[in-house]
Design a protein around this ligand. Structure first.
Ligand code: TRP
Ligand code: SF4
Length: 350
């Protein structure tokens, strides 16, 4: 990391973001986060991590897939083009400072701040089959605040759904800085949201692509699988017979074309659909072509890593992340005037 471009990007500030280890990623994860991260790694000093502690907040009772899911996400990251030479890729639980800073924050945060976070009640209702009346689940956004502030980033790239968590992070930083100071310097500067534009990406059933709906196209889906999934994808409901004209603006397949197809192909879809000049089968074949083109290189790159290599990338990244996190915790300890034992130890050794 000594060449000029690596040096230049240090000055633009740090970027931090994370993802829960949900298992194999899908096109929605790619378009909503990963593709953006791949771009950012060329411009900023980037830290990206797998939030395995966060997985525990909802799935503490089912941890049997945690390891494999973490491996799959790491492989998908490498496949998508995140490059360990250009950014720090790490595992949350391998950097104990996340838990430490979370604990410090838990001391200064009024419970009402956490109960007010809209995702708290929403998720409890959405995941009613799980018991989410736990201390850890209430603290979800506080752990996220620790994840972020440990790296004193300038920017946090997230989708709209995470903006409230970054807002809370800023409030926590402000509160911490009011209580604890290091001269003129702010120990935990407030980061800014870098909102990731998310194109409308429907799943095979026409609803938003989401793992919980079971309507996804995964980054690892083979060409045959992609074509099969497209075949059964819902279309403009008004286009019942081949001879009916349709409207790509009312069709989930049309939405896929808008995201992934060339302007020329898009024009052919628009004209062909509205005049009943093409059939849905042909149109879906074109959409599948576009997806296969995107996925091919991702899958090739992914296949060039073994799971063990992907975990080694996380191990090495976590070492780098720990150094960065340790520097912040030193400031935190000093500002909080925590007792120090290092001096006492060296006294005894003398
Ligand atoms: N809560 C985020 C999500 O569900 C994941 C996450 C955890 C995160 N810690 C973070 C994102 C810190 C950005 C920064 O997507
Ligand atoms: Fe949808 Fe294409 Fe069929 Fe039109 S032709 S309804 S855009 S699948």
């Amino acid at each position: 990391m000594t060449n000029t471009s690596e040096f230049m990007k240090q000055n633009k500030g740090r970027v931090l973001s994370g993802m829960r280890p949900t298992g194999r990623l899908h096109l929605g994860n790619f378009m909503g986060a990963l593709a953006n991260w791949v771009k950012l790694q060329h411009e900023y000093e980037c830290y990206f991590f797998i939030a395995d502690y966060h997985a525990l907040t909802t799935d503490y009772a089912n941890t049997e897939n945690l390891r494999r899911n973490t491996e799959e996400v790491a492989l998908d990251w490498l496949g998508a083009g995140l490059d360990p030479e250009r950014c720090v890729l790490f595992l949350q639980s391998a950097v104990p400072q996340h838990a430490d800073l979370h604990l410090r924050f838990s001391m200064i945060t009024p419970v009402s701040w956490l109960e007010r976070v809209p995702t708290y009640k929403e998720q409890q209702e959405n995941l009613s089959e799980k018991d989410l009346s736990t201390y850890g689940f209430l603290g979800y956004p506080l752990l996220q605040a620790a994840d972020i502030l440990l790296y004193t980033p300038k920017f946090v790239p997230v989708g709209q759904d995470q903006v409230v968590h970054v807002e809370l992070t800023r409030e926590i930083a402000r509160r911490f800085n009011q209580f604890y100071k290091l001269g003129e310097r702010e120990v935990l500067p407030e980061p800014q949201v870098l909102l990731t534009p998310a194109p409308k990406l429907p799943g095979t059933d026409g609803r938003k692509m989401s793992k919980s709906y079971g309507n996804t196209i995964e980054l690892t889906d083979s060409e045959a699988t992609v074509r099969q999934k497209l075949k059964t994808m819902v279309t403009d409901p008004a286009r019942i017979r081949r001879t009916d004209a349709g409207d790509p603006d009312r069709c989930p397949v049309g939405d896929l074309h808008k995201v992934f197809s060339t302007p020329e192909r898009m024009q052919a879809v628009n004209e062909g659909c509205r005049s009943a000049g093409i059939g849905c089968i042909e149109c879906k074949g074109w959409a599948a072509d576009a997806l296969v083109q995107i996925l091919g290189p991702i899958q090739q790159r992914r296949a060039s890593f073994t799971p063990a290599q992907a975990m080694e990338v996380l191990r090495a990244g976590s070492e780098r992340a720990r150094r960065r996190a340790e520097a912040t915790m030193q400031d935190v300890d000093t500002a909080m005037r925590m007792p120090k034992l290092d001096a006492a130890v060296s006294e005894v050794a003398r």
